[in-house]
Design a protein around this ligand. Structure first.
Ligand SMILES: NC(=O)c1ccc[n+]([C@@H]2O[C@H](COP(=O)([O-])OP(=O)(O)OC[C@H]3O[C@@H](n4cnc5c(N)ncnc54)[C@H](O)[C@@H]3O)[C@@H](O)[C@H]2O)c1
Length: 324
């Protein structure tokens, strides 16, 4: 058994507790949230869990193998650094950070000290990403021909989405929240994992007039490995979470839909589904936990490291800067 401490027990922390319940290798032993009401509520759901006195006490708990950080972005790097001091492996939620100086220093430390660290981009363990790598990755034999373009479309009937409506105010504020950091980042992770760094050519962001609220829409053009990438995202439509990433090539295309859903079409052939979104999501989550266990044990895994997640976040913050 690998023993994990969890800091941050909001929407995502509680989702991860549910996902880990009964897992064969990973067991949450200690939890902490700075909000006492949240902590009490979680302990009432999971009577076998024990709360730490604070984050530092949790990190210093004897016998712990790893820390999972599910706070809003602000404390991610500081908590990671404290966990590394204590010899723990870290799985941190995305977005890694908006403080690039601290993020870069942390990445340098991880490389220098060969620390175990990863960021939770759930599509890292997905069937969709595996197919995109086969079709368009560095080692691909190009079964669908040359890649001509990638487009990403996101629409949200409301932001935050209903399942995250209980999250803190940060999620709908422009300092740390918004759908670009929260949702688009997953697809930019996929893009950059397959093609390498993306360059922002143009970005138009519309914010509400209140000076606080997160973006209402984002239209952008990027280029990655010479391939044009377009983004159209915004609050609107009648679906809670409508997302689509289309990769068009000379002899076919691959589409990611509803997060984990994936279809492929070769020219002249019928659209082929590679599995329904829900089944592929469950498989992806199971694989993700196996990769997490591998990371904790210092074995190779496919989870993104801090350097990769920081590179995604740099693209995200360039998109959000108003002066593009
Ligand atoms: N990977 C994914 O698919 C995914 C999905 C949703 C959210 N997230 C990410 O997870 C993180 C949390 O999001 P959420 O929706 O759960 O937010 P949330 O607001 O629901 O929960 C955050 C919790 O962290 C606690 N907290 C804040 N600062 C803390 C600190 N210093 N120490 C201890 N506890 C602290 C808050 O009290 C709160 O309970 C964010 O980075 C978010 O982007 C990832």
């Amino acid at each position: 058994m690998l023993s994990i401490g969890v800091v941050g027990l909001g929407v995502m922390g509680q989702r991860m507790l549910a996902r880990l319940a009964g897992h064969a290798r990973l067991r949450v032993t200690r939890v902490w949230d700075e909000n006492p009401e949240v902590l009490t509520q979680v302990l009432s759901h999971y009577p076998l869990l024990r709360a730490a006195a604070n984050a530092e006490a949790l990190i210093r708990e004897p016998g712990l193998h790893g820390l999972y950080i599910a706070t809003p972005p602000g404390p991610h790097i500081a908590l990671s650094e404290r966990a590394f001091d204590a010899g723990l492996a870290v799985l941190c939620e995305k977005p890694l950070t908006t403080d690039f100086a601290a993020g870069r220093a942390c990445v340098e430390r991880i490389e220098r000290e060969r620390l175990r660290a990863a960021v939770n981009y759930s599509l890292a363990s997905s069937t969709g990403l595996a197919h995109l790598q086969l079709a368009f990755g560095a080692a691909s034999r190009r079964p669908l021909g040359a890649l001509n373009g990638v487009s990403i479309e996101l629409r949200f009937a409301a932001w935050p989405r209903p399942w995250q409506s209980g999250a803190g105010a940060w999620l709908s504020q422009r300092g740390e929240g918004g759908f670009t950091r929260e949702v688009l980042s997953h697809f930019l992770f996929v893009l950059q994992r397959v093609l390498g760094p993306a360059k922002v050519l143009r970005s138009e962001v519309v914010y509400p007039d209140d000076g606080i609220g997160s973006e209402l829409s984002l239209e952008a053009e990027l280029v990655a490995a010479g391939v044009p990438v377009t983004i159209s995202a915004g609050v609107g439509g009648d679906r809670a979470d409508d997302n689509r990433m289309l990769w068009q090539a000379s002899e076919g295309e691959i589409e990611l839909r509803d997060w984990f859903g994936v279809t492929q079409q070769r020219q002249g052939e019928q659209v082929q589904s590679l599995g329904d979104a829900e089944t592929l999501r469950r498989n992806g989550m199971t694989d993700q936990l196996s990769h997490w266990a591998a990371m904790l044990e210092g074995r190779s895994h496919s989870l993104p490291g801090f350097a990769e997640a920081l590179a995604v976040q740099q693209t995200i913050e360039r998109l959000l800067a108003r002066d593009n």
